[in-house]
Ligand binder design. Structure first.
Ligand SMILES: *[C@@H]1O[C@H](CO)[C@@H](O)[C@H](O)[C@H]1NC(C)=O
Ligand SMILES: *[C@@H]1O[C@H](CO)[C@@H](O)[C@H](O)[C@H]1NC(C)=O
Length: 545
């Protein structure tokens, strides 16, 4: 074996007799469509892990060739677009392709025999036939195992289950039996589905209709531990679960275990309604700040409504016991607690050209009125925001007259110090909340000049308030025209024109400068992405140790 690996490596390095297909932008699609199952490595020539993988990959390709499972590779330094398209973030990335639309990450080891075994399993049916002799062993073969019990002639159930299994085969082990005796022994009536797990109550029986969607949501709930753990791998799942998440923050593993045990009866009681999970306060303590908890005061507990990002922190001087948390959670479920809102104090006076919005007054000043409200979400440290500030003040002043201030508000909110319901991607973010259409604010994406903003408010606001800036200018021009002496008028006009041209040039220059800064920021973020993938590559080293 060792010899053949070395030999294939040598051959490969000579560019000879490789069983690994090299794919490019114009060949990948055809390749994956032609084969029911294939494995593709996305790599970079300079990457150390890729070099280590190369001989193993070659050897696996040779073995798997006989089973008609081809292995291929894509050089991401040459095919950048292609790698981007498939979401490649680090090297090497291996993906299992079943055609072009069923793509799953390869999660096995990077050794020849592991690749062969993994891919061979992938080529087997997603559902194993389970018998009287194999069922006991099968039930405990993985952390989560599903066994369906249906009659031999029940084609519909068989197809439904197979299709569920095809979609989730990488996550769970699926088996099925048509042995009526086994169903009887399990105490279920065909068609039935039982999920066996190595944690919590050990198993769960599906009681809803034997239909794809119902089964999938059953699996999602039943396979989640009663008290799980929030971490980089599980966080997005919890956020996508569509139900609130209750966090238990503690620094030490044994403390988390104790608290998890203490609160498990609650997790059981609210199963399917609230997820409960511990979180390592040493590594992810900062997250407590997002839940309006005081960072550093552990242990702590909070509930988050994940869909609306509303936070319900539990008093940090109180004890975390089943009883106390139990009544807190019950109040939460019965809507008896208000979400916690982080807010700056309401300003004592607020009559400047730019209205200051804080969370406590957000509803009143932004939503609950008949004005067109232009709102800037800023951060105190953001350079673009500072650059915009004087222009924004100037803009606000244009709507300060009693007539206009009834119709338009120019406002700002420090989004780092106030909870806002809007999703903010970057700073500054400017949105217009038009009167009567407050639920569909319009994002501003134009240049950061007073004129552009004025035009935006006029065109997209409900009240179509016509720019005061124009009125001022026109008035000036009118005055100019009234001056009897033509020459004076002309020179005045010329001056005006020159001034406005200068202004325009200045604005344009500023826009360009802004754009240049934007470029810098996106370059920066590209750089930090690179660092991230380097980091994740580095952490992979540990995985393999
Ligand atoms: C489901 O159908 C497949 C294909 O017809 C068959 O091989 C398999 O044995 C069936 N499963 C059971 C449990 O009857
Ligand atoms: C009004 O809003 C739309 C949609 O965001 C935008 O494309 C358009 O440029 C805006 N009008 C002005 C004058 O800014």
């Amino acid at each position: 074996m060792r010899y053949s690996i070395v030999l294939t490596a040598v051959l490969a390095s000579l560019g000879l007799a490789s069983d690994v297909h090299e794919l490019k932008d114009d060949t990948l699609q055809g390749f994956v469509e032609e084969h029911d199952l294939s494995l593709i490595e996305f790599f970079a020539p300079w990457c150390g892990h890729c070099k280590a993988l190369a001989p193993e990959y070659e050897s696996a390709a040779t073995t798997l060739k006989e089973k008609n499972i081809p292995l291929a590779k894509v050089d991401c330094t040459e095919e950048q677009e292609l790698c981007k398209k498939y979401g490649v973030e680090g090297y090497p990335t291996l993906k299992v392709f079943r055609g072009d639309d069923n793509i799953t990450p390869y999660t096995g080891q990077r050794k020849a025999d592991a690749i062969v075994s993994y891919m061979t399993k992938q080529s087997l049916p997603a559902v194993s036939d389970v018998t009287k002799d194999s069922i006991d062993e099968f039930k405990t073969a993985d952390k989560v195992v599903l066994v369906a019990y249906f009659a031999a002639d029940d084609k519909a159930s068989n197809e439904t289950f197979t299709s569920v299994a095809n979609g989730l085969r990488d996550n769970y082990l699926f088996g099925a039996t048509n042995d009526a005796e086994l169903a009887k022994a399990e105490g279920v009536k065909q068609p039935a589905l039982v999920l066996y797990k190595s944690f919590d109550e050990g198993k769960d029986t599906h009681t809803e209709a034997f239909e794809k969607e119902a089964i999938e949501s059953f699996i999602k709930v039943a396979s989640t531990p009663l008290v799980g753990e929030v971490g980089p791998e599980t966080y997005s799942g919890y956020m996508a679960a569509g139900i609130p998440l209750a966090y238990i923050f503690a620094e030490e593993q044994d403390e988390r275990d104790t608290l998890a045990k203490e609160l498990k009866p609650l997790a059981e009681k609210y199963k399917g309604k609230i997820n409960f999970a511990t979180i390592d306060a040493k590594s992810f303590g900062q997250h407590a700040g997002n839940l309006n908890l005081e960072v550093g005061k552990w242990p702590a507990f909070a509930i988050q409504k994940t869909d609306k990002n509303q936070k319900y922190p539990y008093g940090q001087d109180k004890k975390i016991t089943e009883k106390d948390i139990g009544s807190f959670v019950e109040d939460f479920v019965n809507d008896k607690i208000q979400p916690s809102v982080k807010s700056e104090p309401i300003p004592e006076s607020n009559d400047g050209p730019v209205t200051v919005v804080v969370a406590h007054e957000y509803e009143k000043l932004v939503i609950d009125n008949d004005k067109d409200v232009l709102l800037e979400f800023y951060a105190p440290w953001c350079g673009h925001c500072k650059a915009l500030a004087p222009k924004y003040e100037e803009l606000g002043a244009l709507y300060a007259s009693p007539e206009f201030s009834k119709l338009v508000t120019v406002a700002k909110v420090d989004a780092t110090a106030n909870d806002v319901p809007d999703e903010i991607q970057g700073f500054p973010t400017i949105k217009l909340f038009p009167a009567g259409k407050k639920d569909s604010p319009i994002d501003y994406s134009g240049g950061r000049t007073v004129e552009d903003l004025v035009a935006f408010i006029e065109e997209n606001g409900t009240h179509k308030v016509k720019a005061a800036i124009e009125a001022v200018k026109e008035a000036a021009e009118d005055v100019a025209e009234e001056i009897p002496e033509q020459a004076a008028a002309a020179s005045e006009k010329a001056k005006d024109a020159a001034e406005s041209a200068t202004d325009k040039a200045k604005d344009a220059a500023e826009t360009v400068a802004d754009k240049a800064e934007d470029v810098t920021e996106s370059v920066k973020s590209a750089a930090s992405e690179a660092t991230e993938s380097a980091k994740s590559a580095a952490s992979e080293v540990h995985d393999e140790l």
